[in-house]
Design a protein around this ligand. Structure first.
Ligand SMILES: Cc1cc2nc3c(=O)[nH]c(=O)nc-3n(C[C@H](O)[C@H](O)[C@H](O)COP(=O)(O)OP(=O)(O)OC[C@H]3O[C@@H](n4cnc5c(N)ncnc54)[C@H](O)[C@@H]3O)c2cc1C
Length: 496
């Protein structure tokens, strides 16, 4: 089934334990700071019910409509539709949060591998969970990042306590008991359920930390600590002051504590198979970086657009040094778009289990580029926009009749452009640079080092080395299947 936005909102009144700004929130649907995050998700339910978007967001199965994202990707077409769906929903103002579906897809790949290699039955549990998702249509998110304590020490060797990484503390007849905490988990207040997976490779001594499971967010022992929003304004003021972040209310991430939570076996998708922890972390990484690149397709378009608009409004759009900077922003947007799309067009296929994942190298290149170049993007936007990005006035100033005439007169730019439009674009650049987006771009979907590791491991070094050996006429280049049929280098000269 596909729920209506109203059914979705009602489902959030579920007795969950959630804190914000030092307060326990009895009903998040009534809290003013939660409204943006809930509306953002509710809009995706509205889109799924909208005849115009229904065929993209949902699929027909057994005479019922279900979310397309519950399907385990098997082909390039599946991945391209996944990408299209994420991008469209973001552009239409609804978030289908990638974390949950990405964790589901990663769990599907790894469960199939474990079952094949070890004779386990995790795919059955996942299928049971998928049936539940299709029948009840919950909003799900994904928790991978552990709080981690001392980063240089393995999970089971941590000194202060053993709970810096989520772990199994008891195995019972009907299920397991889990303890620990996950940090920075996006779109949590607006979610009903969560899939939890490890964030790193494990050794045998860490096997209790090799656990993947799903749980409702109102399960006994789950506690949510919401990161406060960075502004204090009302929603109306926030939309003017923070045109990008103000829309979703500035509320998204939670620390999720699992205080001895019971998980039944039909929601457990890995339990102790430490050899596969790395696999789940990397597979989630590549699926989730596909989602991240969708965000950035939207973001980089907006960044290039905001810089071009302010250049025009300030009357500097014809200067060569400005055009050069704008060209960099356009190239950046298109490279990320193209590279991320290529990751879906040329996916990694796993014929032994009949599944597919976004191309490890292309997807990591796209994510690495937008994260690594975020400061360049901010730098260019701020450079073009001028000092006003730091000193711009607020919505309340603009609305104050005593200040407004002066602001209107003295902060005008090129004639024909309303001062308010100029101020709005400046506020947008302020929101997209510096204090907020830089850190999200770099650490959302994993730190820069994570993409470099995946890139290094996935790159075709043998091909690269064969290419160099052939040029230098060093033995061994013919062992590469890409080069074996080519003639030695250089080719025979025609004119002797
Ligand atoms: C806005 C936002 C939203 C997010 N949403 C989600 C989400 O929905 N789900 C989720 O699971 N996670 C989410 N994350 C978490 C994100 O994936 C992590 O922030 C990221 O992986 C970095 O982890 P960390 O914050 O613990 O920093 P750290 O791991 O402490 O990293 C800081 C630095 O230390 C280095 N480092 C850490 N450990 C080692 C080591 N052993 N050896 C060498 N270097 C090391 C890192 O490379 C990095 O340079 C989100 C993060 C942000 C900022």
């Amino acid at each position: 089934m596909i729920r209506t936005p109203e059914q979705y909102i009602e489902s959030l009144r579920d007795g969950r334990i959630i804190y914000l700004n030092g307060e326990k929130i009895p009903d998040i649907t009534k809290h003013p700071h939660m409204k943006g995050a809930i509306n953002y998700r509710a809009k995706s339910y509205a889109l799924a019910n909208d005849p115009k978007w229904r065929d993209l967001i949902t699929m027909e199965e057994e005479n019922d409509r279900v979310m397309f994202l519950w399907k385990q990707p098997q082909t390039s077409k599946d991945l391209l539709r996944r990408r299209d769906l994420y991008i469209k929903c973001m552009k239409l103002g609804g978030i289908i949060s990638g974390m949950g579906p990405d964790a589901l897809a990663a769990a599907g790949v790894v469960a199939a591998r474990m079952d094949k290699k070890l004779g386990t039955h995790y795919t059955d549990a996942l299928e049971d969970y998928r049936t539940h998702l299709k029948r009840n249509d919950p909003a799900i998110t994904g928790a991978i990042t552990d709080v981690k304590g001392n980063r240089s020490i393995r999970p089971s060797a941590q000194e202060q306590h053993q709970d810096f990484y989520v772990r199994v503390v008891d195995r019972q007849k009907d299920g397991i008991i889990v303890r620990g905490a996950k940090m920075h988990i996006s779109d949590t207040p607006g979610a009903n359920e969560i899939i939890v997976s490890p964030c790193r490779a494990h050794r045998e001594e860490d096997k209790d930390y090799a656990v993947v499971f799903a749980t409702p967010l109102n399960a006994e022992g789950v506690k949510l600590f919401t990161s406060p929003r960075f502004y204090e304004e009302t929603d109306e003021e926030a939309l003017w002051n923070w045109p990008v972040s103000g829309f979703y209310g500035g509320i998204s991430e939670c620390m999720i504590v699992f205080d001895d939570v019971f998980v039944p076996w039909n929601r457990v998708f890995m339990c102790g198979e430490w050899q596969f922890s790395r696999d789940i972390a990397w597979t989630f990484g590549v699926f989730h970086r596909l989602f991240g690149t969708c965000h950035k397709v939207v973001f980089t378009e907006q960044a290039a657009g905001a810089a071009a608009l302010i250049a025009e409004y300030n009357g500097i759009d014809k200067y060569p040094h400005i055009q050069e900077k704008l060209a960099w922003l356009a190239a950046h947007a298109e490279i990320i778009n193209t590279m991320a799309r290529a990751g879906c067009e040329h996916p990694d296929f796993f014929p032994d289990i009949g599944l597919a994942a976004p191309n490890l190298v292309y997807t990591n290149i796209a994510k690495f580029m937008f994260a690594n170049d975020q400061f360049e993007t901010s730098k260019i936007m701020c450079d073009i926009a001028g000092g006003l990005v730091s000193t711009v006035f607020s919505y309340k100033d603009w609305e104050n009749p005593e200040e407004k005439p002066y602001i209107d007169k003295f902060l005008a730019g090129k004639s024909g452009i309303p001062t308010e439009d100029r101020l709005k674009v400046i506020r947008m650049i302020k929101d997209m640079s510096g204090h907020n987006h830089d850190n999200i771009a770099i650490h959302g979907e994993g730190s820069l080092a994570a993409q470099k590791m995946a890139l290094y491991a996935g790159a075709d070094w043998e091909r690269y080395k064969a290419a160099a050996k052939r040029v230098c006429n060093i033995e061994g280049w013919k062992e590469s299947k890409e080069f074996k049929d080519l003639s030695p280098w250089p080719p025979e000269p025609i004119l002797k």
